[in-house]
Design a protein around this ligand. Structure first.
Ligand code: ZN
Length: 237
C-alpha cells in the first residue's frame, strides 16, 4: 500500500482542492499559460481580458477571448475527475472545491462540488437576470444579447470581482471538517486558495502537483506527478 492509499483508507472526511492542472489532461490549458507566438494573437494580457473592467469596456473582445480560450464545451472528464467521483461514491470524499469553471467534476459524477470561480455552464442577463443555456453565449456572433437588450454573461468570477460569500463559507467549512486534504493541480498562487487552506486542522495534507508550491513545507505527503495517474493508481481504477 502506498502512502496515499494508506491515507485514503484510514481517512473518513477527505476534501479535494483543485486548480487548472486537474483539467489539462482533458485538453483545457490554463488560460494564463498562453504565451509566445500564440499570445501575439491578443492585444492584451489574458488576466486583463477576463477582468470586470475589460468586460465592460471591451465587451466584444472579451467574448472573442472567452469563446476561444475559456469555453471548452466538448471536453471530457479525465482520470482525475473520475477518481474523485469514485471516491465520493465510496463515502470517503465529502467535497470537491475547484477553481475551474469547466463543470468537468459534475460531468464525471461528482455531486458536492464547490465552484469557487463559477461555471461556464450557467449564464445570465446582466440587466434582467434571465438565465440562459451556455449555447446562448457559445453560438452568438459578437456580444450575446438578451431579449431585453442586456448582455448575457457567464456566471464566472472575473478578475476584480469578489467571490461569493456563501461559496467561500462552504469551502472553509468543508476544509475545517476534513481529516485529509488533497490539493492538486494548482500552484496555490491564485486567490483565495492560500487563505482557505488556513482552515485545515487535519493531519494529512497531501499535495499532488508537477511543480513545487509554497505549501510544500507544510505537507505530510508530496507527490510530484500527473494527478490523474496518481489518483487512478491509488484507487486501482
Ligand atoms: Zn435581459
Amino acid at each position: 500500500m502506498t502512502g496515499l492509499q494508506n491515507y485514503i483508507s484510514t481517512s473518513s472526511h477527505i476534501v479535494f482542492f483543485g486548480g487548472a492542472g486537474v483539467s489539462t489532461e482533458s485538453g483545457i490549458p490554463d488560460f494564463r499559460s498562453v504565451d509566445g507566438l500564440y499570445n501575439q494573437q491578443w492585444k492584451y494580457p489574458p488576466e486583463e481580458m477576463i477582468s470586470r473592467s475589460f468586460f465592460e469596456s471591451h465587451t466584444k473582445d472579451f467574448f472573442e477571448f472567452y469563446r476561444k480560450k475559456l469555453l471548452h464545451l466538448g471536453a471530457q472528464p479525465n482520470k482525475a475527475h473520475k477518481a474523485l467521483a469514485a471516491l465520493e461514491k465510496a463515502g470517503k470524499l465529502k467535497a470537491v472545491i475547484t477553481q475551474n469553471i469547466d463543470g468537468l467534476h459534475q460531468k464525471a459524477g461528482s455531486e458536492n462540488v464547490i465552484e469557487l470561480h463559477g461555471s461556464v455552464w450557467r449564464n445570465y442577463c446582466v440587466s434582467c437576470g434571465t438565465q440562459y443555456e451556455v449555447d446562448a453565449v457559445a453560438s452568438a456572433a459578437g456580444v450575446p444579447l438578451c431579449n431585453c437588450g442586456g448582455v448575457i454573461r457567464p456566471d464566472i468570477v472575473l478578475f476584480e470581482e469578489a467571490l461569493a460569500d456563501d461559496m467561500m463559507l462552504a469551502a472553509a467549512n468543508h476544509i475545517a471538517k476534513a481529516d485529509m486534504l488533497i490539493i492538486g493541480g494548482t500552484s496555490l498562487g491564485v486567490y483565495p486558495a492560500a487563505g482557505l487552506l488556513r482552515y485545515f486542522s487535519g493531519t494529512r495534507l497531501v499535495l499532488i502537483n508537477k511543480t513545487a508550491t509554497h505549501m510544500d513545507q507544510a505537507a505530510d505527503l508530496i507527490i510530484s506527478d500527473n494527478i490523474g495517474e496518481v489518483l487512478a493508481t491509488a484507487l486501482s481504477i
